[in-house]
Write a protein that binds this ligand. Structure first.
Ligand SMILES: *Cc1c(COP(=O)(O)O)cnc(C)c1O
Length: 373
């Protein structure tokens, strides 16, 4: 027996990319595979999503890792570069860098003044750039009123090609907010018609048809989770990709009033059985998941009882009489939507996926997997 295993269904991931194509017909797709493909495995996910038009990562280091693994598709670095040294690493690697701050433009100007910068690379532009406009998220991006100046400056740089403009929506997961429409209204006047555009993340793709223009940038929906708090992946025509599973390592017969786990956060309301499963916050299961958080034991829906420990959780087994040591425990995935677990634990599916630790074993399934080995 092993500890926790995350089974990754690569056919489901491909299905979800197909769903993106259905929603955004004719739009090129950059798949967000940053943060280790939202915890699903960078390289395996990149290979499964080979039909995408580009890969999107947050940082230069993630792009370099894809290149080291021999992956040659266009990579968009969503946070761009942050130093001259990084710029040098980016040259000639097929990266497209997002410029989101005026300081990056100054760095570029200095870079091209430096004697160490080669004049060009085989006749191709040294650097391919996108400009990010802050239409209301107020995290990164150039202010709308500064965008045309920024475009002009970037166009003056030698051996640089500005290819597109993007913006990011702050409230697209809220169907009742008009903020997305307001952000669109702020972005539209900035658009330079010679450039490509990109607006839509998963929530936009699923809920805001006006944003399905130019390049679309799905992330969470590829991994089979809904970005909305009121729907599951299945409701959105998506298939769960990750099933996180472990097993019971002990079954205890406890008496009414017995306390379970640290802080005695659960007391048995009657004589009952408690199951102990091999997973905890040391594997990335959320420590703040409270009593009542759903889990499946032998396919039956039951609930956490007591605090999450580093290596173990404790489970109320009153509704699953057949459970015994070795019984399968599903934390999320097949049969238990990750959105429900996230809601119970006061977080979002994105975080549950990303925080799995190296102690979890990953198993990949999918009929095309063999082609890549
Ligand atoms: C991560 C990311 C996305 C994908 O967002 P989802 O909500 O996961 O679809 C899109 N655009 C940018 C700039 C991102 O950083």
């Amino acid at each position: 027996m092993t500890g926790p295993v995350a089974r990754i269904d690569l056919d489901a991931m491909r299905h979800n990319l197909f769903r993106v194509r259905e929603l955004a017909i004719g739009c090129p797709v950059v798949v967000a595979i940053k943060a280790n493909a939202y915890g699903h495995g960078l390289i395996e996910s990149a290979q499964a999503l080979v039909d995408a038009d580009a890969y999107g990562v947050a940082r230069v280091e993630e792009g370099l890792r894809l290149r080291r693994e021999g992956i040659s598709k266009t990579i968009i670095i969503l946070e761009g570069f942050s130093s001259q040294a990084e710029l040098r690493l980016c040259q000639g690697r097929g990266f497209e860098l997002v410029i989101h701050d005026l300081s990056q433009i100054t760095q570029l100007e200095n870079y091209f003044k430096s004697a160490r910068t080669p004049p060009e690379l085989h006749g191709h532009p040294l650097l391919v750039l996108w400009l990010k406009v802050d239409s209301g998220m107020h995290r990164i991006g150039i202010a709308p009123e500064e965008s045309s100046d920024a475009i002009a400056k970037l166009r003056q740089l030698p051996n640089v090609k500005l290819v597109g403009m993007l913006t990011h929506m702050a409230n697209a997961d809220d169907r009742n907010s008009d903020y997305t429409t307001r952000q669109l209204q702020r972005f539209e006047p900035c658009i330079d018609t010679d450039l490509q555009v990109s607006i839509a993340n998963s929530a936009c793709l699923l809920n805001w048809p006006q944003t399905r223009v130019g390049w679309v940038r799905p992330g969470i929906m590829l991994y089979g989770a809904s970005p909305f708090s009121d729907t599951t992946a299945a409701d959105e025509g998506l298939q769960a990709v990750m099933t996180l599973r472990t097993h019971l390592i002990a079954v205890r017969e406890l008496k009414k009033g017995d306390a379970v786990g640290y802080g005695s956060a659960w007391r048995c309301p009657e004589d009952m059985r408690i199951g102990v499963a091999a997973i905890g916050y040391g594997d990335g299961y959320p420590r703040h998941a409270p009593n009542g958080t759903p889990v499946l034991v032998d396919g039956k829906r039951v609930a956490l009882a007591g605090r999450v420990s580093m290596d173990m959780i404790t489970i109320d087994l009153r509704n699953v009489a057949q459970a015994r040591v070795g019984s399968s425990v599903v934390l999320w995935g097949e049969g238990l939507p990750v959105e429900e677990v996230a809601a119970a634990a006061g977080t979002i599916s994105y975080e549950l996926f990303c925080r799995l630790t190296a102690r979890v074993k990953f198993r990949y399934e999918g009929k095309d997997l063999l082609n890549h080995l």
